[in-house]
Design a protein around this ligand. Structure first.
Ligand code: TYD
Ligand code: MG
Length: 455
């Protein structure tokens, strides 16, 4: 009788070991190595299902790169502008996409909505939800489309049978962690199952030129659960991000074999699904009263997309001994650094004050170009003097209190101009000429200069 074959995998990093270990020698995590039985007794002559069911004959012939022609049809639009942009102009036939994100962020909603919006025939395979649940979600989305078929199945052999029967133009798997193949004994979601089922689907996608979209769970570090190799195997890795308490969601590509990873899609979660947001600046700036102190607008970039964002600060006298510093959407260490710069280089006495900082809209911003807006919001709240409504800022603040240049300044200025701002304050070291713009560009080199201009 044939012996069962098993291997030992680290569930954290996907490394394979020869024996059971207490600590993974690759990623140094404890207790993550588990045994996975990978071969059933009867299935020794190991083979992939798709090969046996596929009608496609493989031609083995090497060609010159100049003899390969790309036709326009190799890409098709999904009718979802934000997704098409992120993908670099539509979905490529035969590509395999992996979408990751926190539980509840809206992955299934986004993909079902896209599947329902597409004119192409889509097979949506769910291993997580029942038909009833999917029907209820479809009703919330209020889109009717008979080209979208639903299958609740987790066995890849059965999935391929259904694919052969229905011949969809796109396949969605929700989620890769629920799938299992007959040829491997390990439980669904284990490293070897994920690797094997993904390999079967990738083979299918490449041989039939059908795009496959995999939804993936993420682990506690925020990367896609399962072997890192999964991200290497697929063509596109998408990340769906957002705070569950806020309604904005960001879709970005962290890997894209067919386009850049700089594009970004922004959505708003409504009770009737996700709304595409084409002009993010409008929603991120609250309609404010001219007399409000403590707010400043920054011209920031996410990926390559410029938008205006509102920074709000509140500076008040500390009630308790140790002043509080707290931020949402901005790095707390960076706020502490800016406060130290203001204290030491510009002489503002903020050491005994509580400082709260908030980026409106629940977004997280890493762009250093919002530093100057942070400084101005803090000073505005401290002095209790409002910044003129039509001013905005784009510059980084250095440790010496100098105002530093930032990248892609033209794009930021143009966005500010487009949205009707009159004045933008930038660094003296950004090489730009005023002549090109209708908006007034003020160049500064020190915090004191900004302070004198504004207050
Ligand atoms: P879901 O797509 O199930 O998340 P994931 O697949 O990433 O785990 O999203 C669920 C959340 O989205 C849930 O908290 C409810 C919310 N939601 C809306 O706000 N509006 C809607 O139209 C739908 C369908 C869901
Ligand atoms: Mg889901």
């Amino acid at each position: 009788m044939a012996k069962q074959k098993s291997k030992f995998f680290c569930q954290n990093c996907g490394a394979q070991h020869a024996k059971l270990l207490g600590k993974c020698t690759t990623c140094n995590e404890w207790g993550t190595v588990v045994e996975e039985i990978i071969q059933k007794e009867e299935s020794r002559g190991f083979r992939r299902t798709w090969n046996t069911t596929s009608k496609v004959k493989k031609v083995i012939k090497a060609v010159k790169i100049s003899e390969i022609y790309i036709t326009e049809e190799d890409r098709f639009k999904t009718n979802n502008k934000e997704l098409d942009n992120v993908l670099g102009g539509g979905l490529v036939r035969g590509s395999v996409l992996l979408l990751g994100g926190e539980p509840g962020v809206g992955k299934s909603t986004l993909i079902l909505q896209i599947a329902l919006q597409m004119p192409q025939k889509v097979l949506y395979i769910s291993g997580e939800e029942s038909k009833n649940q999917l029907k209820m979600r479809g009703e919330r989305l209020q889109i009717k489309n008979d080209n979208c078929l639903i299958l609740t199945e987790t066995n890849t052999q059965n999935i391929f049978k259904s694919i052969l029967e229905n011949e969809p133009e796109m396949v969605v798997i929700d989620s890769i962690q629920t799938l299992h193949t007959d040829y491997i004994e390990a439980s669904p979601g284990s490293i070897s199952q994920i690797r094997e089922t993904a390999a079967e689907l990738i083979k299918f996608a490449k041989e039939t030129a059908t795009p496959v979209l995999l939804i993936g769970h993420i682990n506690k570090e925020g990367s896609i659960a399962g072997p890192k190799i999964l991200e290497h195997m697929v063509d596109v890795v998408l990340q769906f991000e957002g705070d569950r308490n806020h309604t904005y969601r960001i879709l970005r590509a962290t890997k894209n074999r067919f386009g850049s990873t700089a594009e970004l899609g922004i959505y708003e979660m409504l009770s009737s699904g996700l709304r595409e947001i084409e002009n993010p600046s409008e929603i991120l700036i609250s309609e404010k009263d001219a007399s409000l102190s403590g707010t400043a607008i920054a011209a920031t970039l996410e990926g390559i997309r410029p938008f205006m964002i509102e920074v709000q600060a509140l500076v008040s006298t500390a009630v308790y001994g140790t002043p509080q510093r707290s931020t949402t959407g901005y790095n707390l260490k960076r706020l502490n650094m800016i406060l130290a710069v203001l204290e030491k280089r510009a002489g503002f006495r903020l050491g005994a004050k509580d400082v709260f900082l908030n980026i409106a809209g629940g977004l997280k911003v890493d762009d250093p170009a919002i530093d100057l807006a942070v400084v101005c919001a803090i000073l505005s709240s401290n002095e209790d003097v409002a910044i003129p409504q039509n001013y905005c800022f784009a510059a980084e603040v250095g440790l010496a209190g100098e105002i530093r240049a930032v990248n892609r300044i033209e794009q930021r200025i143009l966005e500010a101009e487009k949205l009707g701002f009159d004045t933008i304050i930038v660094s003296k070291y950004n090489k730009i000429s005023q002549k090109k713009y209708n908006i007034e560009v003020i160049k500064v080199s020190k915090i004191e200069a900004v302070f004198q201009k504004l207050f």
